[in-house]
Design a protein around this ligand. Structure first.
Ligand code: COA
Length: 182
């Protein structure tokens, strides 16, 4: 996969996609400080904690990050979480977050495709993404469009900031050795 990659969004905005580099630590912290609590809550990591961002920047052995930048500013962050050992080592887990100003312009889909490509290059057999039903509906729609399938639905499994329980949808996509299925 060649990076940096230039893409043009639905509205003509030009965006650059490239892997995270060590100089991105502060800009990535700035990016997350602009993301609303209601989006951050479901991310499983406290991205307002500088040690979390530091960990992702410093050590990319298990967590690989891609950034999208517009005029030098980070506008999306996508992660592929992997395991070197054990029963999950064939599988990667995906997570994407797009700056609200850049949503619904296909940036999330571009990032998702990039992570799938990265997972294929790493020889993974499957990618997985977990979504909170009714909250992460946009992400569920874009996953269906890229041939992710429902693996399981865990009822009343995650909790929102108000204490309300929601279902968790686990979706997976099988990977093949070439790009034939795209
Ligand atoms: C989910 C998210 C990454 C999608 O990014 P995006 O750049 O807006 O997505 P895209 O523009 O590529 O949309 C792809 C498809 O998803 C669906 N979609 C996107 N936003 C939607 C919305 N608000 N409502 C319903 N469907 C939506 C559409 O089907 C769209 O396809 P289309 O362009 O052909 O209509 C973004 O909304 C986000 O960062 N949300 C908060 C964090 C999150 O939920 N992350 C997902 C965990 S992996």
């Amino acid at each position: 996969m060649r990076h940096p990659k230039e893409i043009v969004l639905k509205d003509g905005t030009e965006v650059l996609i490239r892997p995270l580099a060590s100089a991105d630590e502060l800009p990535l912290r700035r990016f997350y400080s602009g993301i609303a609590e209601e989006d951050r809550w479901y991310m499983r990591f406290d991205v307002m904690d500088p040690t979390v961002i530091h960990g992702w920047v410093e050590d990319q052995k298990e967590v690989f990050s891609m950034l999208a930048l517009c005029a030098g500013e980070i506008v999306a962050h996508a992660r592929l979480h992997t395991h070197h050992y054990g029963c999950y080592h064939h599988q990667g887990r995906l997570r994407i977050i797009v700056d609200p100003r850049y949503r619904q312009k296909r940036l999330g889909s571009w990032m998702l495709l990039d992570l799938i490509h990265l997972a294929m290059e790493k020889g993974l057999r499957e990618v997985r993404a977990d979504f909170v039903v009714g909250v992460e509906q946009a992400a569920i729609e874009s996953a269906y469009k890229l041939d992710f399938f429902k693996k399981a639905l865990l009822e009343d499994f995650v909790i929102d900031p108000q204490g309300q329980l929601h279902d968790l949808l686990i979706m997976t996509k099988r990977l093949h050795k070439d790009w034939g299925d795209f």
